[in-house]
Design a protein around this ligand. Sequence first.
Ligand SMILES: Nc1nc2c(ncn2[C@@H]2O[C@H](COP(=O)(O)OP(=O)(O)OP(=O)(O)O)[C@@H](O)[C@H]2O)c(=O)[nH]1
Ligand SMILES: [Mg+2]
Length: 370
Amino acid sequence: MQPRHTIRYVMVGGFLGAGKTTTLGRLASHYIEQGLNVGIVTNDQATDLVDTNTLRMQGFDVGEVAGACFCCNFDELMSTIEDLGNEQKPDVILAEPVGSCTDLVATVIQPIKRLFEAEFQIAPYVVILKPSHGRKILANEQRAGFSPKAAYILKKQLEEADAILINRIDELNEEQIEELTSLVQQYQPGVPILRLSAKTGDGFDALTELLAQNGDFGRRVLDIDYDTYAEGEAELGWLNSSVRVSAEKSFPLDQLLLSIVELLRDELQTIEAETAHLKTIGLWEGFFGVANLISSENEPELSLPSNCDVRNVDVIVNARVACDPALLEERVKSVVTRACEAQDATPEFRQTQSFRPGRPVPTHRYDDVE
Ligand SMILES: Nc1nc2c(ncn2[C@@H]2O[C@H](COP(=O)(O)OP(=O)(O)OP(=O)(O)O)[C@@H](O)[C@H]2O)c(=O)[nH]1
Ligand SMILES: [Mg+2]
């Protein structure tokens, strides 16, 4: 009898803007180079995901669970995995949960282990620490950018990790890396800590070695207060918007994308609303560019330049900001309009969803580890 095909389930968690999509893109390339069939699953509370488009444009096979997080729509996570890989089943599934989600061991990993035991092997569950917000929250700074309830989510994410990745080491000096390492050690003694730059690939071999380990991972079930978790999540204004931009004469796409993020950062500063992640992608005829901002203290950046001029482009904006979603929508629309005007272009807003994430109600929750 042939041995049954099992799928390696690799989930990478971490707060909004921590570097999950960048890490998963790098992991996907790594496994594909090894000859493995890779499927990626992205996740969001709404449709029109920058992440799905970013990863698809890089040539990866991506399915998405849009409209609810993995834990609240477990069945769709499973059916999305089922549909990936077309004729050939994936060897590896790379899953990116929503960055404001936690309790994923009890609500995603444990259910996979118990209900789909024969089909999956679970890799160590790694959680990425975002240095900007992470340092302030772990050091219990009063002005961490978010309220204690939102900070609670970031801390809970770290508590359920089999290993913690300190990302963005390309931007940190040795002293800052040591400080973060010691804050993480104090918070989660004994948990392996890796240092990584998802951007440059520095430290990546240690991550792939860790993920290749076999063992009984995903056992750190949280003791968590769902009221605090829900209230922390609901402090965020969430917006996904898709816009068709057209102009008579071609204009540099990267300038448009970067100016959307820059203008939005300035607008949000005036209302003192902390950014968890602003991201925008422009897509046209096989070209794409991405711009981001991950906190009020970081600089807006063109993370994936398109280096192209366009006359028409589909732009998607995803914003997660600690403010009223109606206000966020108003500011995004005015900023996109201004950024387009600067390029003599006109925006046509096709679809916009803005809301506060609802209370998480997991499909399954196993709080006893077998
Ligand atoms: N300098 C630097 N930038 C990074 C690194 N990793 C990610 N980034 C940048 O950080 C931003 C956010 O990265 P993402 O990978 O989109 O983060 P994410 O965790 O998937 O974000 P959400 O899906 O919104 O929660 C992007 O601009 C990335 O280019 C890194 O190691 N170094
Ligand atoms: Mg992402």
